[in-house]
Design a protein around this ligand. Structure first.
Ligand code: TRP
Length: 334
């Protein structure tokens, strides 16, 4: 890849059994598009997934499933570098260095930590959860990423990454690229099917359409989506969030612009809209699930792809870490 295209990096936690349509339309599909216009690195961030209590067997399975789903969604391992975070030890190593440059107060201001530690209960929030954003900064800075495509909720973590890059550079000399945040505004924000005032989330499975679920379950969730009582198919996110959400989904999965769908469904009931949306989502989900299963059923091939991704990632990360160690005064080892 030529030096003129931006280096892009992003990560996804292996914390669910299946991607849902919100992950796909809000993030993963954007990554798939970006791989062709950038030097792209995408990782399954398993180190981040142990910052809250976890089951080892479940994490193991979900890491494989997440990796397979990234490929099933269209990331091409010949085009993008797709890897598992723990396969590249430099992430943890750089995190230590960056942690020593981060103020306690600075880390304490992270709103995601405040939210998550409240949920975990003050007693059980781990130090790992506290240092989560520093590990995320290491993920980004190790690859000299120019751009980091993330959701709005990651903005503060990205600011920390930028601050740490600038601080290191000022103290020890130009070493890190200061990354730009690329909040994926163009990406569709998908709402909960049962409560369209909330974002679709795996923690509310009733209103969440998982791509690896049985097609009839996906269809049932969409067909029982909460809408409104005025029976007009029109896009209006404020007044009609449920109907607008269905239009967004149908548009994304069918490729038909929302205005055309409004015309097509004019004078028809919500039942028709729901059926069409369910059909469109299932038409994507079925082959997606089949591709994912196929990859998981060839574990040696999957392992080889992961190994290759990790090797390519390390080829970038290791020299950068070596430069960092030198800059901070560590004596070169063997
Ligand atoms: N914190 C991110 C999230 O929850 C995941 C993540 C980890 C990430 N490391 C990253 C995203 C590096 C972008 C870049 O969505």
């Amino acid at each position: 890849m030529s030096a003129s295209v931006p280096r892009v990096l992003s990560g996804i936690q292996p914390t669910a059994d299946s991607f849902h349509v919100g992950n796909l339309l809000g993030a993963v599909n954007q990554w798939v598009a970006l791989q062709h216009e950038s030097d792209a690195f995408f990782c399954v961030v398993d180190l981040h997934a142990i910052t809250v209590a976890h089951d080892p067997a479940v994490l193991h399975r979900r890491t494989l499933e997440s990796y397979a789903q990234l490929l099933a969604a269209g990331l091409d391992p010949d085009v993008a570098t797709v890897f598992v975070q723990s396969h590249v030890p430099e992430h943890s190593q750089l995190q230590w260095v960056l942690g020593c440059l981060t103020g306690m107060g600075e880390a304490s201001r992270m709103t995601q930590f405040k939210d998550k530690s409240q949920k975990a209960g003050a007693q059980s929030a781990s130090v790992g959860l506290f240092t989560y954003p520093i590990l995320q900064a290491a993920d980004i800075l190790l690859y000299s990423a120019d751009e980091v495509p993330v959701g709005e909720d990651q903005r503060q973590h990205l600011e920390l990454s930028r601050d740490l890059a600038e601080r290191f550079n000022a103290r020890f000399g130009e070493t890190f690229t200061v990354p730009r945040t690329r909040v994926m505004h163009g990406a569709a924000k998908i709402l909960d099917l049962q409560d369209p005032s909330a974002k679709m989330s795996k923690s509310l499975p009733g209103g969440c359409a998982f791509l690896l679920e049985e097609p009839r379950v996906i269809a049932k969730k969409i067909k029982s989506a909460v809408t409104d009582s005025d029976a007009v198919v029109r896009y209006d996110l404020q007044a009609k969030p449920g109907v607008s959400n269905l239009l967004t989904l149908l548009s994304a999965f069918s490729g038909t612009p929302v205005v055309e769908l409004e015309a097509e469904f004019a004078g028809r009931g919500y039942g028709d809209l729901k059926s069409a949306t369910a059909d469109a989502v299932v038409a994507y989900a079925e082959p997606f699930a089949a591709r994912t299963r196929e990859l998981l059923q060839a574990p040696d091939h999957l392992a080889a792809l992961m190994r290759d991704g990790a090797e390519r990632a390390r080829a970038v990360a290791a020299p950068l870490l070596a430069r960092v160690y030198e800059r901070i005064g560590f004596v070169a080892g063997a």
